[in-house]
Design a binder for this molecule. Structure first.
Ligand code: PGA
Length: 255
């Protein structure tokens, strides 16, 4: 496998935006706009309460549905949490795991990210594992170490055939929601470091097969250049995924 044969995935991360009726309006605009655009997989990662409406609207279209988090236990006394089997039964196919906002505001650690990742894989969901350094870490010159450790711990105990099913999103924390995008060289470099970690853990074939996205202020004006990089196989898009026309323009850049 190489860049030409790897699966490109453009995923929107709506974060805590869109009520069910707003969600329905957005996907109703998106679906006709992306008809026939088979050059990448198209995913929208929506708030839990939007899942039923978006799954119903997207059924039979190129738009796939993801959640933004999943708990690692199957069931039990975990008030407020959602399990992988619940998501699966609702028609969810993807789930974002370890987003920096979860790490920053909700106490996610590499260890809980690992548990969530394994729960998602066991339920047949495709995890979108987020890794990325803080600005202070980049300034200290420890980006490679930080991202390598996050990737290794997240994948502890994950078998090679399952590792191939994981999508990894490199999201430098300083680029998320800031309008400050990593340069295409920076994005390619760190996605390449992640691929090298995968090669160490699972061998070159698996490393070359895994989809690695860039995320952090990706928008229509910079998507084509970022997506053209050898190690960048798609994008995880926050702000620009909330407007059908912007998200479609990024999908166009991935064709
Ligand atoms: P952004 O968010 O595109 O708004 O920077 C990306 C993300 O958090 O996944």
């Amino acid at each position: 496998m190489n860049k030409a044969t790897r699966k490109a995935v453009i995923a929107g991360n709506w974060k805590m935006n869109m009520t069910p009726s707003e969600a329905l309006k957005l996907v109703s605009e998106l679906i006709p706009a992306v008809q026939g655009k088979n050059g990448c997989e198209i995913v929208v990662c929506v708030p839990f309460v939007d899942i039923p409406a978006v799954v119903a609207a997207a059924n039979g279209t190129p738009v796939k549905v993801g959640a933004q988090n999943v708990h690692f236990m199957e069931s039990g006394a975990y008030t407020g949490e959602i399990s992988a089997s619940m998501l699966k039964e609702c028609g969810v196919e993807y789930v974002v795991i370890g987003h920096s906002e979860r790490r920053q505001y909700f106490g996610e650690t590499d260890e809980t990210v690992n548990l969530r990742l394994k729960a998602a894989l066991a339920a047949g969901l495709t995890p979108i594992l987020c890794v990325g350094e803080l600005l202070t870490e980049r300034d200290q010159g420890i980006t490679a170490e930080v991202v390598s450790k996050q990737t290794k711990v997240a994948l502890l105990g994950v078998a090679p055939e399952d590792a191939r099913r994981v999508i990894i999103a490199y999201e430098p924390v300083w680029a998320i929601g800031t309008g400050r995008t990593a340069t295409s060289e920076q994005a390619d470099e760190v996605c390449g470091i992640i691929r090298a970690v995968l090669a160490d853990l699972y061998g070159k074939d698996t490393a070359e097969a895994v989809t690695i996205q860039y995320g952090g202020s990706m928008k229509p004006s910079n998507a084509a250049e970022l997506l053209a990089q050898y190690n960048v196989d798609g994008g995880l898009i926050g702000g620009a995924s909330l407007k059908a026309s912007d998200f479609t323009a990024i999908i166009d850049a991935a064709q």
